[in-house]
Design a protein around this ligand. Structure first.
Ligand code: GLA
Length: 392
């Protein structure tokens, strides 16, 4: 059992004096390519990572749901009868608790369950997904909680339905206007594989990544620059995309192709055009990456990763100097490809690196950060892993 799983069980035992009814977990994710395309009905290619959030769950005799976690000292209690009106919470629950309680609320709000029929529960949460690193620690909490509640309350929902519940919690309880990529990755992840997702149809295809066979590792470079998608830049980018789609007369930017870009340039202002160009070219890069992985293997996707980074830096303008330094220094050290991953404005970059060069790449990146007087980044390799599951 991993440390976070042990921690979650210990936390629950401390709270209830009883053995947990069960333990569930869900992973964080790295997005290999396809950034900000999810809420434009486009394509993404994330994979679940070997860092997970664990939920230990106990059944209560009353109709109360209580959550506790290693993120904060105090447990938060809500009568199940009050769940339907819990969000928007106007600060009634602390931010961390909005994730698990948001999932419970979303299950009730989706009318999947009648609150009066539900047993009370204790949930204890511990995680080894770094928080604020752009590795989707939030979707890991949502995925682990949704899977646990689905089993404990015997709701019978499938994985895509649980991913949707997670996104509702994120959008309407936490208040971050994100797409569905992270929740789908947390629910559907597979060992050694990426999830090629059409965010319009939610059709998911498992794509063999073959990193190990190609002698490659994915190095995560967490810049330590914190970001939040509930405020600021993320929302602003989303609005630009919606404006771009309206101007092009389409439902979503998914419906604009690379060939349509000259017309887009004529009818919109420069900033909106560059936001649109990022989405349109990024969708194409996801399709090209899937094709390249299938035909030539992981060693051949480097140019696509770099083009994606350049597009986020120059057109979508969501990179920060630390992320650019991470990408540039990893490439100078001989990486096959590198890009920032996740929503941007901070968080992590990934570099695809030959197994034998991981240590020298880490040294080179650390040296470049020091030379730029940035705080030292945290670096580790990740392995494509399984999605949400019951562990105990
Ligand atoms: C965050 C969001 C996702 C997605 C990415 C950018 O991770 O949660 O829905 O929009 O940013 O690709």
């Amino acid at each position: 059992m991993t440390d976070a799983a042990t921690e979650a069980r210990a936390l629950l035992r401390g709270l209830t004096d009883a053995e947990p009814f069960g333990g569930w977990s869900a992973p964080g994710r790295v997005n290999l390519i396809g950034e900000h395309t999810d809420y434009n009905d486009g394509f993404v290619l994330p994979f679940a990572i070997d860092h997970r959030t664990h939920v230990a769950l106990g059944i209560r005799q009353d109709a109360v749901i209580r959550v506790t976690s290693t993120f904060a000292a105090d447990a938060v209690e809500v009568p199940i009868a009050e769940l339907p009106s819990l969000f928007p919470s106007e600060g009634r629950v602390p931010e961390w608790a909005a994730y698990p309680l948001g999932v419970a609320w979303a299950l009730v709000a989706a009318s999947v369950v009648d609150p009066s029929e539900l047993s009370g529960l204790d949930l204890a949460i511990a995680s080894d997904v770094p928080i604020g690193a752009g590795l989707s620690s939030s979707a890991a909490i949502e995925g682990a909680t949704a899977t646990a509640l689905n089993d404990a309350w015997q709701l019978g929902l499938d994985r895509v339905a649980l991913a949707r519940i997670g996104r509702t919690a994120e959008n309407d309880a936490v208040g971050a206007p994100t797409g569905i990529m992270d929740q789908m990755a947390a629910m559907l992840g597979r060992a050694d594989a990426g999830i090629f997702l059409d965010c319009r149809s939610l059709e998911a295809t498992v794509v063999d990544l073959g990193f190990a066979a190609a002698g490659l590792e994915v190095l995560v470079i967490d810049t330590g620059v914190k970001h939040s998608h509930a405020t600021g830049g993320y929302r602003d980018r989303r609005e630009s995309c919606e404006l771009g789609a309206r101007l092009m007369g389409v439902m979503a930017l998914r419906d604009v192709s690379v060939e349509d870009l000259p017309r887009a340039a004529e009818i919109m202002d420069d900033v909106t055009f560059r936001r649109v160009r990022h989405i349109v070219t990024e969708n194409q890069r996801v399709l090209d990456t899937v094709h390249t992985l299938r035909t030539e293997g992981a060693g051949a996707i480097g140019e696509l990763l770099l083009a994606s980074h350049a597009s986020m830096r120059d057109d979508f303008e969501i990179s920060v100097p630390e992320l650019d330094t991470a990408v540039d220094s990893a490439m100078t050290a001989g990486a096959v490809g590198a890009r920032m991953t996740g929503g941007g404005f901070g968080g992590a970059a990934i570099a695809l690196v030959d197994h034998d060069r991981v240590a020298t790449t880490m040294d080179a990146v650390a040296a470049a950060f020091e030379a730029s007087r940035f705080s030292a980044p945290t670096m580790f390799t990740v392995t494509p892993s399984e999605g949400a599951r019951r562990d105990a």
